[in-house]
Write a protein that binds this ligand. Sequence first.
Ligand SMILES: C[S@@+](CC[C@H](N)C(=O)[O-])C[C@H]1O[C@@H](n2cnc3c(N)ncnc32)[C@H](O)[C@@H]1O
Length: 126
Amino acid sequence: MDLGGGSGCYCIVAARSYPGISAVVLDIAPVVTVTREYIERNGVAQQVSAQKCDFTTDALPEDADVAIMASNLPQYARDVVAGVVRKVYDALLPGGAFHLLGEMLDADGCGPLAPALRGLSEAVNQ
Ligand SMILES: C[S@@+](CC[C@H](N)C(=O)[O-])C[C@H]1O[C@@H](n2cnc3c(N)ncnc32)[C@H](O)[C@@H]1O
C-alpha cells in the first residue's frame, strides 16, 4: 500500500517490474480519480487499485506486507506523523516493511530550506 500515493507512480512501476505483486494506492477522493486514470493508462489495473483514504483518520488495509509513504512529512506535525507510523505498524502483516521517504524540519523549525518552503506552501494553499 502506498499512503498518499498521488499519481500511483511507485505502485505502477512496481507492478510493471514485478508482475506477481498487487498494490493499492491510498489518497483523498479527487486524487484517486486521477490515480485510476494513470493505472488504466499504464495497463496495470489487474494489479493496482486506488482507494479513497485519509491516512490520518481512516483505517488502513490489513493485508499488505509493504507500505510506502513518500513526500508527506512536511505538511503534518510530528505527532500526526507518529500516529500514522503507529497505524502502519499495526496494519502491516507480520514481518512487513515500511518505507517512509521525505524531508523533515530541524528541531528549531527554521530549515532546511526545501522542507520549510514546502511546508509553508502546503499551509498557505490549504
Ligand atoms: C507531495 S504528493 C506525493 C505523492 C507521491 N507519494 C509521490 O511521491 O509521488 C502528496 C500526496 O499525499 C496526499 N495526501 C496528503 N495528505 C493525505 C491524507 N491525509 N490522506 C491521504 N492522502 C494524503 C496528497 O493528496 C498527495 O497526493
